[in-house]
Design a protein around this ligand. Structure first.
Ligand SMILES: [Zn+2]
Length: 460
């Protein structure tokens, strides 16, 4: 993405309701709007489980109203009907806010409490909204090389086979989710500042409040700079160019901001918020929905010799032991025996069973796409590694690769994971994982074998 040159600024004056504003063009993006929405939806579900949320109607409603007021003034050309906006207050002291692709936005209590007024909160939210509208997350992925795309798939797969998200979330930027997704370059930051300023003006806020909020945050710095500053680097002269843009914009009548004082009073009445570091030390926020099949740690019955045929949407069918339970999510489905899936040390783990799913392929070449996928899994599960050689095999009559992995089972001892990968007609990567503790592998091998051979793909 090019930075707007001064010349471009001069010639790109748009005479709509505003006096004049810089034209901001979304960067190149090879993803579909639906993929933005899908990635954001999945990541938001994880955030909701990992982060302590504020469940207070008045604060939630306030943030929702503010968010919707900003969305209402977003440029129609950028505001896609598919977007799924949400504005969720997070009960964390850290000064932070972030938006995920496709619309879910999270605003920390610390950010609302640090702001001098509604305009500053609106500034941060307008900036985040601009990242959504310009689709900067998937534009980042578009720029990135294959292995980073694999990292997303790996993060999702890693979460399932244990150890995944907690570590991913604690890496790099604190809100994690793969730093690749939301660590924006300086030119994206400038775009978000300029479009954010325009949205603010349309919604009745002085865009200079956005510049002021950056300064407010900077002052709160102390020994460690607030997260929002490190994940939203200053492109240089931030205050100057925001104020310059502001001087070119016509600001709509100021909305009633009585809600801000009410929300602040409400926050002041709540017990003090923790920091994200506190939450991580305590092992997560504990919002996870209690999805489990029995209880991890209790005895797991051997696979039934009776099989039943199951389907994964329109895409595939297979046979699994009749005593296994299906657990479906958006992009994958697991089949597990009793007591083989559930929380363990604050994370959902699968100790025995199989998972089938679809991930974005990093390459049209099966070997490269597989490598990226495996790299992603290993990156998000540091105790996991490839054991033995990869093998060329077949799934549903087509070329596939089997990669044997070994990690550490939450039940103790090594854990064995066979990862099968093959390409689908649309270029996506289909994967099949078979997981069992190393010491029980002998009693699962026959079942795993029969399951793999039963897989039928219907994508052609
Ligand atoms: Zn930003």
């Amino acid at each position: 993405m090019r930075l707007l040159s001064r010349l471009a600024v001069v010639f790109a004056l748009v005479a709509t309701t505003a006096v004049a504003q810089t034209k901001v063009t979304p960067p190149k993006n090879k993803y579909t709007i639906e993929q933005d929405v899908q990635i954001g939806r999945e990541a938001a579900a994880e955030v909701r489980q990992q982060y302590p949320l504020i469940t207070d109607d008045r604060i939630e409603d306030y943030l929702d109203r503010l968010g919707k007021r900003l969305v209402a003034t977003a440029p129609p050309a950028l505001d896609r009907p598919q977007f799924e906006y949400s504005f969720t207050p997070v009960n964390l002291k850290d000064i932070n806010a972030f938006a995920l692709p496709g619309g879910p936005m999270f605003v920390n209590r610390g950010m609302i409490e640090a702001a001098a007024g509604e305009g500053e909160v609106a500034g941060v939210m307008a900036h985040e909204l601009a990242h959504v509208l310009l689709r900067h997350g998937t534009a980042n992925a578009t720029k990135a090389q294959g292995f980073q795309l694999g990292a997303l798939a790996g993060a999702i797969a890693g979460a399932v086979i244990g150890g995944g998200w907690g570590e991913v979330i604690s890496q790099g930027s604190q809100f994690g989710l793969g730093t690749w997704l939301m660590k924006y370059s300086r030119d994206y930051e400038k775009q978000a500042d300029l479009l954010g300023a325009q949205i603010m003006a349309q919604a009745g806020y002085d865009p200079r409040d956005l510049a002021r909020m950056f300064e407010t945050i900077q002052k709160q710095g102390g020994s460690t700079p607030p997260q929002w500053l490190s994940s939203h680097p200053n492109p240089g002269n931030r205050t100057e160019y925001i104020n310059q843009e502001a001087s070119q914009l016509k600001i709509a009548p100021r909305p009633d901001d009585a809600g801000f004082a009410q929300a602040r009073a409400r926050l002041a009445s709540l017990p003090p918020a923790r920091t994200m570091a506190d939450v991580e030390r305590a092992g997560g926020a504990g919002n996870r929905a209690p999805v489990s099949v029995g209880r991890v740690g209790d005895a797991v019955p051997p696979p039934s010799t009776q099989y039943r045929t199951v389907r994964g949407g329109q895409l595939f069918q297979l046979s699994v032991p009749a005593n296994w339970t299906a657990l479906a999510s958006n992009s994958s489905v697991k089949y597990v025996p009793q007591n083989a899936y559930g929380p363990s040390n604050g994370q959902d783990v699968m100790t025995h069973g199989v998972e089938l799913g679809v991930a974005r392929a990093a390459s049209r070449d099966l070997r490269q796409a597989t490598q990226a996928f495996i790299d992603g899994i290993i990156q998000s599960n540091r105790e996991m590694g490839v054991v033995g050689a990869q093998r060329n095999v077949r799934i549903s009559g087509r070329a596939a690769i089997l990669t044997p992995l070994e990690g550490r089972s939450v039940l103790g001892g090594p854990e064995h994971i066979d990862v099968y990968t093959t390409l689908l007609a649309d270029g996506d990567l289909f994967y099949h994982l078979a997981v069992a503790p190393g010491r029980e592998l002998g009693s699962y091998e026959a079942a795993f074998d029969r399951i793999v051979r039963s897989i039928r793909l219907n994508d052609r």
